[in-house]
Design a protein around this ligand. Sequence first.
Ligand SMILES: [Cu+2]
Length: 275
Amino acid sequence: MGRMGRHLLGLAVAGLTLATGGSAFAELGQPAPWEWTLQQSGSPVMDNIVWFHNFLFVLITVITLFVLALLVIVVVKFNARANPVPSRTTHNTLIEVVWTLVPVLILVGIAVPSFRLLFLQLDIPKADLTVKATGKQWYWSYAYPDNGKFEFDSLMAQDKQPRLLGVDNEMVVPVNKVIRVQTTGADVIHAFALPAFGVKIDAIPGRLNETWFKATKTGMYYGQCSELCGKDHAFMPIAIRVVNDQEFASWVEAAKKKYASGGTSTYASAAGPTQ
Ligand SMILES: [Cu+2]
């Protein structure tokens, strides 16, 4: 085998390793090496986002090819050599109506599913559970007001996989339940983003933002702070563990004890002097 052949074989092996390694990594709810598509969806909102993305992709591809075809026709058919005496046409009512109406119809066709998606994201359904996520420099705190009012910090863990996404204490939620997420910032603006659930919302000091998700499969899901918030912005991941109802109930019991003395900042002011 020549040098070239060895190189090609090496490349093929590397490609295969990447492909298989990539698929092994392509777990639900986290980025994969060499990823060029959206992350696998884990919620109804993300299903809708994926559909809308694919719909627009087909639409813009067709439009681009159509415009390219028109340009090629013009270049070939109407260049000075092929068409020495140009037409003096300035108006054509039919064509003008068509090129006004067709784009309008296309835009309406985009606007309808776009607004449907927007309302799906912003009309928060009746929540089964509320979790408050507070962005801090540079970690997240999660409070569970419905489950015994405990709160805990979630910091990136150096020794955990996936690298830069693993945390010490994950946010835990039950599967197939509507989770209302309230976000705020304790110091500067952060953003709570979880691609697999189609969630991205700012966490702003002095303000309470709301969003929701319903995880349809159990497992680990990862996201990151998505508003540049200081030097460790890249090191405050969001890790959500989706479990069944039983596991969630027992986690709540354990968490209540574990975080009993934890952060009181969220509840101190709400409870007031009666606490
Ligand atoms: Cu940040």
